[in-house]
Write a protein that binds this ligand. Structure first.
Ligand code: BTN
Length: 246
């Protein structure tokens, strides 16, 4: 086992990703170590968003990886593997989930998990990657203005033991990471695309110019998303160049 081989618990932290980066500056911790906490006072998401999570209710974890087998331009493979690992965990409890590109985990139209991947690159190699995951398990009410949070408990009416969930999730993530190490990134990409939220469905997007109707066809180089506009034009977008209208 790589992911989950070493678990480091902290009662509370500003952010597991920030703390992991600090730890990594001091020591090269074992690959697959998981830093986790009950509460983050400054949990971070993309676009400087905050990540809301009630004390002791959800999984808040950061995983240390040293994916030296990847070139920096291929690091989206980590995002895909982590997203699929979370889906593998969830489908034990609920009928289906999807991945809202690039890496939000959705159940129907609601967000159950967010992923924040931060890599440090030295020269032409990835030195280390911190894969942060916030997975909503037992929280029943969300207070921030995040549009559509949901938890496993809200979906099933049950509550879950967090440590068992962490162990199961680590096993699922470990399998996906090992698929990457074994060179099966093609398989990962294929499964990732099939799980994309609104794949092949006409829906509304916003790019820098307009709101338009389009459908997701695939992902391209560097994890960019390929969308066909209703007029037939096909474009590739990077993260931040396109937004779903929910
Ligand atoms: C997003 O959806 O914008 C990403 C959210 C990522 C949240 C997790 S919680 C654990 C880890 N530590 C952080 O500060 N953020 C990530």
């Amino acid at each position: 086992m790589i992911i989950g081989s070493n678990l480091l618990f902290f009662k509370n932290l500003p952010s597991t990703n920030t703390h992991t980066a600090t730890l990594l500056k001091k020591n090269r911790l074992q690959e697959g170590s998981i830093i986790y906490t009950n509460y983050q006072s400054a949990g971070r998401g993309y676009y400087n968003n905050i990540w809301e999570s009630e004390d002791g209710k959800n999984l808040l974890i950061s995983i240390i990886l040293f994916p030296s087998f990847l070139n920096p331009e291929d690091q989206f493979q980590i995002s895909m593997a982590i997203s699929l690992g979370i889906c593998d965990f969830l489908i034990r409890y609920i009928p289906d989930c999807s991945i809202k590109w690039p890496n939000d985990i959705y159940v129907n139209n609601d967000k159950i998990a967010g992923i924040l991947i931060e890599s440090s690159v030295s020269g032409s190699k990835i030195d280390s990657t911190i894969a942060g995951i916030g997975l909503n398990i037992n929280q029943e009410k969300f207070l921030s203005n995040a549009p559509n949070p949901v938890s496993l408990s809200m979906l099933t009416g049950k509550s879950y033991d967090l440590l068992s969930c962490l162990n199961q999730l680590s096993t699922d993530l470990d399998k996906r990471y090992k698929q990457l190490i074994a060179g099966n990134s093609g398989q990962i990409k294929q499964e990732y695309v099939l799980k994309l939220f609104r794949l092949n469905k006409w829906c509304q997007f916003r790019d820098s110019k307009e709101i338009f109707t389009g459908k997701i066809l695939n992902t391209g180089e560097f994890g960019r998303i390929i969308i066909e506009k209703s007029g037939g034009e096909i474009n590739e977008y990077s993260f931040k160049e396109i937004e779903f209208i929910l």
